[in-house]
Design a protein around this ligand. Structure first.
Ligand code: ZN
Length: 282
């Protein structure tokens, strides 16, 4: 058997399985591949549509979400965007925001070469959205946005299709998901944050990682540590500050990344702890 199809397509609109006759008499096609569907209204399973012949169509869930999403955005005036937080920071860099919609586009025929949903906001900036149901947004797709410097929000709808097979209910759930609920929305590319990250990269200092080997363990240290995580007690090091790579740096918000040399052990870290206010400078 092919995949369950939640809603059918007929005469330019979506139909719930409860709105049509059983079997082929439902007269609906798959919203994705446009081949015939049968309405399955048995006693045991949840009522649903299935492909009449085709078995390899897997895109129907996303297509249904896009079609519903288009309807929802056409009738909406605002939505909430989630906060953006840099890795290992507890405070968000950009807070959750309410943004106002001027115009919304959903061009299904450009599927793959255009954003799923593109919004022009009241402040004349653009916001793109991708609704995902069966697979998360692929790295290639995120890269596609990054190359164009287009902000994109992923809206995770993977649980919605299990919740309901009724069109009206699905519409209500999806509306809440797209317009409210920032906890299911993720910034997959945010140009402002990418620029800031580049600034941090430029300001970061490369520090060598020293590898010390004791009988039972390896110890990696980085010095000096501008956050003053640990202090050497020997007179020779004159109370200089240092950090443990694994216990301090890896959990420190000012740690950017580490690099490897010829051996598979960390050789250096990039740290911007000497300029902790940089995140909030213009
Ligand atoms: Zn199909």
């Amino acid at each position: 058997m092919g995949h369950e199809v939640l809603l059918g397509w007929r005469h330019g609109r979506l139909w719930g399985v409860d709105e049509v006759s059983s079997g082929l008499a439902c007269d609906c096609v798959c919203p994705h591949c446009r081949t015939a569907l049968v309405a399955k209204k048995g006693k045991r399973n949840r009522h649903h549509f299935a492909h009449y012949k085709r078995v390899d169509c897997v895109g129907s869930a996303e297509t249904i979400l896009h079609l519903l999403g288009k309807q929802i955005l056409a009738n909406a005036s605002f939505l909430f965007t989630p906060a953006y937080t840099f890795p290992r920071f507890s405070e968000p860099w950009i807070p959750q925001q309410k943004v106002f919609i001027k115009k919304a586009w959903c061009e299904r025929r450009y599927f793959g070469s255009r954003p799923d949903l593109a919004l022009l906001l009241q402040n004349n900036s653009w916001l793109n959205m991708e609704l995902t149901a069966t697979n998360p947004l692929s790295p290639e797709r995120i890269n596609w946005y990054e190359r164009r410097r287009w902000n994109v929000l992923e809206i995770d709808c993977s649980d919605l299709l299990r919740l309901s097979a009724k069109k009206e209910e699905l519409y209500v759930f999806l509306r809440k998901r797209i317009l409210g609920e920032p906890q299911h929305k993720y910034w997959r590319y945010l140009h402002k944050a990418a620029l800031k990250r580049r600034q941090l990269e430029q300001a970061a200092v490369r520090k060598r990682v020293k590898h010390r080997f004791y009988p039972n363990r390896h110890y990696y240290t980085v010095s000096p540590c501008p956050q003053q995580k640990r202090v050497w007690h020997s007179a020779f090091r004159q109370k200089a500050y240092y950090a443990s790579l694994t216990q301090d740096c890896w959990h420190c918000p000012y740690f950017l990344r580490q690099v490897y040399g010829k051996r598979p052990i960390p050789e250096a870290v990039f740290c911007w702890g000497h300029r902790p206010n940089m995140l909030h400078e213009e």
